[in-house]
Design a protein around this ligand. Structure first.
Ligand code: FES
Ligand SMILES: [Fe+2]
Length: 341
């Protein structure tokens, strides 16, 4: 007999639209998620349109220098207000030109003066949260959420053992995706049990022996620690629940960070923002991206295969190996608790 912990979540939760709607309301609408780079909203008047698990979020630095976030959805008829990033005096909807101040208040709505009962004060943008951690910008649709720093717990200190995030320089953003449920993609990230079989080049560079590739579950994130074969240089891989990955490979200062975004139950869009130390060697960088892309291709094939197998609808659940997949068990319990709450 298997205990509940050893069983995976029901496979049906990975391909069904109802589960995704519940996840949007109970998980993505209430969690801190990576939304871009802090420097994109450093100056007064700057804005960034981003998202938190499918929920459009607008981040602005107002004229007084305060960082604010709103749902990026027009109060008139629900258009996504604005795209991209830049500087603005006001935010104007591209549909009927309702215009909002950087503090979210509705400043002008054309022809609203012809409406006897129209009160602008009732139609401000809906507030959300944004906060920065070093060079990283996080967003949370929940205006009542606990602070980002509180949510991150021990993670900043853990990361600081191997890398100084404030000394990193942004290099590039890489976008990719896969035909798989977002949880399949996250769970694939949470174990290196598949590394010896599926990632020969990664496993040649990194010691994937379970006694030296270490896994650690924390309340709001999961940590994985590795060492390079030969040099013993250290790396760390983290998932900030529910969907933000952080990767630090052994070697010169490097870090990639980004969200796993559900685009329907069977499709996942991702991006990673890559940061490196200021004087990173070009040759090393080429090899780094080659290995990273290779591992990425291998993982895409894996998660798409898992998604097809689960979506066949013929099996109810799978069976975890708790010594190798404890981080999946922890993540699945976290998801289950949120959906039940
Ligand atoms: S939907 Fe934005 S002004 Fe009409
Ligand atoms: Fe992998």
């Amino acid at each position: 007999m298997s205990s509940v912990d050893e069983l995976t979540l029901p496979f049906a939760w990975y391909s069904d639209e109802r589960t995704l709607r519940a996840e949007r309301a109970k998980i993505f609408a209430r969690s801190w998620q990576y939304g871009g780079r802090a420097e994109q909203v450093a100056d007064p008047g700057s804005f960034l349109a981003t998202e938190a698990g499918g929920i459009p979020i607008l981040v602005v630095r107002d004229r007084e220098g305060e960082l604010r976030a709103f749902l990026n959805v027009c109060r008139h008829r629900g258009a996504v207000l604005t795209e991209g990033a830049g500087r603005r005096e006001t935010i104007q909807c591209h549909y009927h030109a309702w215009t909002y101040d950087l503090d979210g208040s509705l400043r002008a709505a054309p022809r609203s003066d012809r409406e006897p009962e129209f009160d602008k004060a009732e139609w401000s943008l809906i507030p959300a949260r944004a906060d920065t951690w070093g060079p990283f910008l996080f967003v949370n649709p929940d205006p009542e959420a606990a602070s980002l720093l509180e949510y991150l717990g021990d993670l900043p200190e853990i990361l600081a053992r191997d890398i100084d995030i404030d000394a990193l320089v942004f290099h590039s953003r890489v976008e990719f995706g896969s035909d798989a449920n977002w949880k399949v993609v996250v769970e694939n990230f949470l174990e290196c049990y598949h590394c010896p079989t599926a990632h020969p080049s990664f496993s040649a560079a990194v010691d994937v022996n379970p006694d030296r590739y270490l896994l650690e579950a924390h309340p709001t994130f999961s940590a994985q620690y590795c060492q390079a074969r030969g040099t013993g240089e250290r790396g760390q891989f983290h998932l900030i629940y529910p969907n933000t990955d952080i990767n630090v490979f052994p070697g010169p200062p490097n870090l990639s960070i980004g969200p796993t975004l559900a685009n329907g139950p069977g499709r996942t869009e991702r991006y990673l923002d890559y940061f490196f130390g200021p004087d990173v060697d070009e040759g090393w960088l080429r090899e780094f991206f080659e290995l990273d892309e290779q591992v990425g291709r291998e993982d895409t094939a894996l998660v798409e295969s898992v998604h097809r197998g689960m979506a066949s609808g013929m099996l109810d659940r799978g069976r975890l190996l708790l010594s190798s997949e404890p981080l999946l068990a922890a993540f699945q319990r976290w998801v289950e608790a949120r959906l039940a709450g």
